[in-house]
Design a protein around this ligand. Structure first.
Ligand SMILES: [Zn+2]
Length: 48
């Protein structure tokens, strides 16, 4: 299951919001988390 890199929540892929960053897909539980990631992707992108 994909993990939200911002808050660390595991979620169902079908419910997640997807954001592509440098060819890699990231999944988020909500638009708030996605916005945080988009603002500072370097802070989160190394977490798996
Ligand atoms: Zn989240």
């Amino acid at each position: 299951m994909p993990v939200d890199p911002v808050c660390g929540i595991e979620m169902d892929e079908s419910l997640a919001l997807v954001h592509e960053h440098k060819g890699k897909k990231y999944y988020f539980c909500c638009n708030g988390c996605r916005k945080i990631f988009i603002k500072k992707p370097k802070k989160y992108k190394n977490k798996s």
